[in-house]
Design a protein around this ligand. Sequence first.
Ligand SMILES: C[S@@+](CC[C@H](N)C(=O)[O-])C[C@H]1O[C@@H](n2cnc3c(N)ncnc32)[C@H](O)[C@@H]1O
Length: 234
Amino acid sequence: MEYKYGKNDNYEDFSAGRVLYSIKGMTNFPVRLAQEIYGRCLQHSRKKNNICLYDCCCGGGYLLTVLGFLNQDTIVKIIGSDINIEMLKIAEKNLSLLSKEGMKRRMHEIGQMIASYQKQSHVEAMNSAITIKELIRTNIDFKVFQSDALKTINIDIKPDIIISDVPYGNIVNWKGNEESVIGKLLDTLYEICSSDTVIGLCMNKKQRARNENFVLLERQQVGKRKFEIFRKSK
Ligand SMILES: C[S@@+](CC[C@H](N)C(=O)[O-])C[C@H]1O[C@@H](n2cnc3c(N)ncnc32)[C@H](O)[C@@H]1O
């Protein structure tokens, strides 16, 4: 796949655990790929700004937070949900970094770590925090809540773009029946989408996302992953 939107930049300021929070069991999503999926979803979207972005398997909110920092001109609201309450606590902390106040708090924490441990890694984290804080030009509203994405999702807003890195493999399995699980996920998402909502799902190559209520707008393969972009067919 040729990258159209994800710049070939050095994204190490966003390394999990450096400025953004991370816990054991959290997966790392490649920043360039996240940016590419968002860019392509936005290209398919009729709405080009004031975007409400939702991730129904948000984990620790890494993907959402990075997209928030990198798309300050287009995203105004971020919503994340996950089945795992511990992950949601981290998602909340990560998404709180999307404000000057949140970054000030994080820099204070990093400053205390530098004072206590005199570690080079903490000095590097502070430098990354200074760089990331400079990206903030707007206040992105955010909300996280617990939900099983294979059942009912209770949100009171139709998201403009949904991006999810769905569970796969040994690290993060679906808490649900494996059989045609992504088709089932699309059934749930159907209820919360408008006819304009664009959905980008990232999965491993073996997974299949088919659902007669959605049209496939695009499919791309990237290493071990693929992503597929959908919109409601009716
Ligand atoms: C690949 S991870 C997503 C990582 C996330 N994008 C991030 O940036 O941290 C998949 C997530 O799906 C969640 N999950 C598994 N089964 C679920 C279900 N039935 N409903 C909602 N979330 C689920 C897991 O708890 C895990 O956090």
